[in-house]
Structure formats: structure tokens, C-alpha cells
Design a protein around this ligand. Structure first.
Ligand code: URA
Length: 224
């Protein structure tokens, strides 16, 4: 950041009056770089995407929603039926449970950013296929870069394996709760894997551990 600032000061010094920082650590060309605007552009691009077979069966692309300048990002697996119909992440039963857990801490959904590894619903809620995940990953990678959160809470095995680059069969039970620092570009982000809220709907015994991970993430992000 210091180096970028000095570079901008130098450009100003040599006569480029329009160059300034806009809260981001990037300077693109001679223009100011606005991550929020870039995120909107990325969303438009995602909404037209047909890079994999899921575009043929989706109703809506579910890009993500929330505070684009938050310190805490939640990443789930893929949209389900309700998400596909409404074009919003985590609005079905699992999403309602997630919202209730956030409310326990007095945190509104709007204060975090919620998205998924795969932006389109796999038919009949099947697991996303490896090629669908890898084709969609550039969108998630770009979202993470633009939002630049302090913490990512991975909801379920697919998010954890994708973000931590773990082998395909790694069980969530082996990694849940283990906080790791991961480098994304010029930034280190805490990544915490936890259970998927849909798993909690079937296994209420997982709730205390989920709550512990959520609380940890909220604290690290400075939201509680
Ligand atoms: N499950 C997910 O992984 N994501 C959603 O958006 C909804 C359910």
C-alpha cells in the first residue's frame, strides 16, 4: 500500500492530476479504481455467463449480495431452488437458519457478503461437478479480490476445498474450525471452514460447533 501511495504521489508530482487512490490497493492505468463499481461490472458479466452447462437449466444467476466493503464473507456451495428462483443466495431453509444464527449476535445479513462457489443451481440440487467449480472459480476469486475481506467463513466442504485448494474428498469434519491464513494477491485472509447450514438442518448436534466457528469469524472480522 505504501509503495502504491508513493507511486501515485510521484505520478501527481510529474503532472498526472487525475490519479488518486479510491480506498483500494490497486491503481489501474491512469484512472481511479473503484472496487464497488468493479464488483457491479463483474455481476453483470456473471449474469450473462454461459461458460458451463448450468446456464441451460438455471432460472437466475445467483452472484452474491451484501456489503461489498465488509470484513466478513460467507461462501456456500451452490444455489438451491429458492435461490435460483429469487436470484439471491441463502434465502431457502438453510439460509433462514444462517440468518437466525447471525441475529443471535445482533448482526444483520446486510453487514456481511454472501456468495457461493458456483453461481448457478445444479439440477435437482446435485453436487456441483469439478469442471463446473473450476469454470466458475474466476468469479469467486475476483469477488474475494474486490471485497478483500479480513475473514472468509466457508460453509461446507465444497467451499472449504475450493478456497483452500484441498483434495476432492477431504471431509469437512477433518478441517472444520481450523483457521488458516491464505494469501489472495497482495492480501492475507483468514479462512475458517465450518458446517453447511443445510447439514445443521439434518444434524442439530453440529450447531454448537457451527456457532463457535461463526462467533470466531465475527470476532476476527470486528463485527462483534
Ligand atoms: N446452499 C448453498 O450452498 N447456497 C445457497 O445459496 C443456498 C443453499
Amino acid at each position: 500500500m505504501e509503495r502504491v501511495k508513493r507511486f501515485v504521489e510521484f505520478l501527481n508530482l510529474i503532472g498526472y492530476e487525475e490519479v488518486r487512490l479510491s480506498g483500494s490497493s490497486e491503481v489501474r492505468g491512469m484512472e481511479s479504481f473503484d472496487p464497488v463499481r468493479e464488483l457491479e461490472k463483474l455481476e453483470k458479466e456473471a449474469k450473462k455467463c454461459c461458460r458451463c452447462r448450468l446456464c441451460k437449466t438455471r432460472t437466475n444467476v445467483v452472484f452474491g449480495e451484501g456489503d461489498p466493503q465488509t470484513n466478513l464473507m460467507f461462501v456456500g456451495e451452490a444455489p438451491g431452488e429458492q435461490e435460483d428462483l429469487q436470484g439471491r443466495p441463502f434465502v431457502g431453509r438453510a439460509g433462514q437458519l444462517l440468518t437466525r444464527f447471525l441475529n443471535l449476535y445482533g448482526v444483520k445479513r446486510e453487514r456481511v457478503y454472501i456468495t457461493n462457489v458456483v453461481k448457478c443451481r445444479p439440477p435437482n440440487n446435485r453436487n456441483p461437478a469439478p469442471d463446473e467449480i473450476s469454470t466458475c472459480y474466476p468469479f469467486l476469486e475476483r469477488q474475494i479480490g474486490l471485497i478483500s475481506p479480513k475473514v472468509i467463513l466457508c460453509l461446507g466442504a465444497f467451499a472449504a476445498r475450493t478456497i483452500l485448494n484441498l483434495p476432492e474428498k477431504t471431509p469437512i469434519s477433518k478441517i472444520r474450525g481450523k483457521k488458516q491464513k491464505v494469501r489472495f494477491g497482495d492480501r492475507e485472509i483468514y479462512v475458517i471452514p465450518t458446517f453447511h447450514p443445510a447439514y445443521l438442518l439434518r444434524n442439530r448436534r453440529g450447531e454448537p460447533e457451527f456457532q463457535k466457528d461463526l462467533e470466531n469469524a465475527l470476532r476476527l472480522a470486528g463485527l462483534i
